[in-house]
Design a protein. Structure first.
Length: 290
């Protein structure tokens, strides 16, 4: 398998409008040509994808939206850039924050609608302290309710695009991709950082954050029927968090554990987009406008 094409920046305004399938087909053809010049992040137009789909050859393209807590808001910016350039995905897989943004997008919301919701939501809207349950700081029920309200109670199987939220089975440690049922509960489970959120109970199974097993869900995106997977990695190297509080320590520890997995999963993607989130911490929810 050819290594993925890294896009550390995304000058999509310089590319002609086309479907993601057409662009992916061009990149696939370039990747398969041993004599082709290598693609560079600074000159993505070198891929020269065709401007029109080529019938049945047009591949199905899926987005793999990675976790990143507050940095997950960067997914919205990537979706906006793709939309403005005329790009459309055929399926979405998301982990943690990527599941939250991905569910809204797969349900049919535009990136601008998702952004509007993100800007209106207050921390208190999802911070339901778990006084009775000692297994997490927050219950997670408020997040589940918020997601379902915004999606008008749509179950996943009624979404406009195929979607899955990646979770981890607490007992076995195995990955479980939720592809149907209660969308809010699926997002809640995918975002259930151990120690921060109480594990979510889905069909009798306790589920926690999918970032433990698949922080950048490339394979899950491919299993949705995709021929070409675009991974969006919003993670950053560990920060100097001297004096950080409990929440920050938990999140940074979680991110450190996931670094090797992210690097491995990124190699399985056909294209990797890495927006610059280095200025923001995983708890910097107040900078969502940036």
């Amino acid at each position: 398998m050819k290594p993925p094409v890294p896009f550390d920046c995304l000058p999509l305004d310089r590319l002609p409008r086309r479907s993601l399938g057409s662009a992916a087909l061009g990149l696939m053809l370039m990747a398969g040509n041993a004599n082709a010049a290598p693609l560079k992040a600074s000159t993505p137009a070198q891929a020269n994808p065709p401007s029109k789909p080529i019938g049945h050859l047009t591949p199905r393209v899926a987005l793999a939206l990675g976790g990143g807590s507050a940095r997950g808001f960067a997914h919205i910016g990537v979706l906006k850039a793709l939309d403005e350039a005329g790009y459309r995905a055929d399926a979405v897989a998301g982990t943690s924050a990527g599941a939250l943004v991905g569910a809204c997008y797969a349900a049919g919301m535009s990136p601008w609608q998702i952004e509007e919701i993100a800007l209106k939501v207050r921390d208190l809207d999802v911070a339901d302290l778990s006084a009775a349950n000692k297994r997490g700081l927050f219950a997670g029920e408020a997040l589940q309710k918020l997601v379902n309200e915004q999606l008008r109670q749509q179950p996943i199987e009624r979404f406009r695009l195929p979607f899955c939220a990646v979770t981890t089975q607490l007992v076995s440690g195995e990955l479980l991709a939720l592809k149907s049922g209660d969308a809010g509960l699926a997002v809640r489970a995918s975002c259930a950082i151990p120690g921060v959120f109480v594990p979510a109970l889905v069909n009798g199974q306790e589920l926690v954050d999918g970032g433990l097993v698949s922080p950048l869900p490339v394979q899950q995106a491919r299993q949705l029927g995709a021929d070409f997977v675009i991974a969006v990695d919003v993670s950053t190297p560990p920060r100097n968090n001297t004096g950080a509080g409990l929440y920050e320590v938990i999140l940074q520890s979680f991110e450190i554990m996931g670094r090797a997995l992210i690097q491995l999963e990124a190699k399985q993607a056909d294209l990797v987009i890495r927006p610059d989130t280095s200025r923001f911490s995983s708890t910097d929810f107040q900078s969502r406008r940036e």
